[in-house]
Design a protein around this ligand. Structure first.
Ligand code: SF4
Ligand SMILES: [Zn+2]
Length: 136
């Protein structure tokens, strides 16, 4: 956990607006989340993530607190998420700024809940982690 402002940020709250808690690598423990500084985790992509490095260098909680948001450093990620997964990371980031991390996490959970079993939906494969159903 890290602390910014009045609320604590779980390690799973991505600095770019991704909710790591919904990602397979976080759920399997391969990655401990964007904010984790633990070097004993298998997934290493975050150490060179330009967005993460930039947010930390500016001492911000996430991009939504930045005057330059949305900047060109984010452009490829935002486009990929929109086109590949149908995820609007810019909206996610704005919501994080509006709601704060605690309410944002709850909203992310409820937006990604399986209608059939109440489990969590993998937003990348649109499949429920619990019952395996493909959700439209
Ligand atoms: S919006 Fe861009 S400049 Fe601002 S913190 Fe995020 S990556 Fe850095
Ligand atoms: Zn389900």
């Amino acid at each position: 956990m890290s602390e910014m402002g009045s609320e604590r940020y779980p390690d799973s709250v991505g600095m770019c607006g991704v909710d790591c808690a919904l990602a397979p690598c976080y759920r399997t423990g391969t990655c401990l989340g964007c904010r984790s500084g633990n070097h004993d985790q298998k997934r290493i992509s975050k150490w060179k993530c330009r967005i993460r490095i930039c947010v930390l260098s500016k001492n911000l909680g996430h991009c939504g607190e930045c005057d330059e948001f949305p900047c060109k450093i984010r452009r490829r990620l935002d486009k990929n998420y929109r086109e590949k997964y149908g995820i609007d990371l810019l909206a996610n980031t704005r919501a994080l700024a509006d709601l704060g991390p605690v309410r944002w996490c709850l909203c992310q959970q409820s937006e990604n809940r399986c209608r059939d079993c109440g489990g969590t939906v993998d937003p990348y494969k649109h499949t429920c982690y619990e019952c395996g159903k493909l959700l439209g």
